[in-house]
Ligand binder design. Structure first.
Ligand code: HEC
Length: 103
């Protein structure tokens, strides 16, 4: 009984950050795209890709490819730290980029 309880507590502790986070969303992705919080040089994604212009083609890339490009732009263009691939922020940015696909 004690063992089960400690397993449950451990699981709850591990899962807590995920519960605490807001779910990934297009709105959050858009906010990040327009904010200078991802880097250290006061630029945002929108500085070079205003309103996501010219990213229509990229909107159809698969998630893995987008993830690599997003982190490349964060590191080289924004002088920031790459986002973990399983982070809510990365998922949100990818979700936003996908909305740029031509309909
Ligand atoms: C200093 C300018 C700059 C900043 C800031 C920047 N990028 Fe880029 N980005 C580029 C350049 C240059 C390319 C490669 C040429 C192109 O496709 O426009 C590129 C390419 C891309 C592509 C691939 C486009 C394609 O057609 O293959 C995506 C997606 C992208 N950037 C997303 C982002 C995101 C998301 C951010 C913010 C985290 C960001 N970029 C910040 C300059 C920038």
């Amino acid at each position: 009984m004690k063992k089960i309880l400690s397993v449950v507590i451990t699981l709850a502790a591990l899962a807590a950050p995920a519960w605490a986070d807001e779910p990934a969303s297009v709105e959050r992705g858009k906010e990040l795209f327009n904010s200078n919080s991802l880097g250290s040089n006061k630029k945002s994604c929108a500085t070079c890709h205003p309103k996501g212009s010219k990213l229509q083609r990229a909107a159809s890339y698969d998630d893995k490819r987008l993830e690599k490009i997003v982190n490349l732009c964060i590191v080289t263009m924004l002088k920031g730290n790459p986002l973990p691939s399983d982070s809510t922020d990365m998922a949100s940015i990818i979700a936003f980029l996908k909305t740029l696909a031509p309909s």
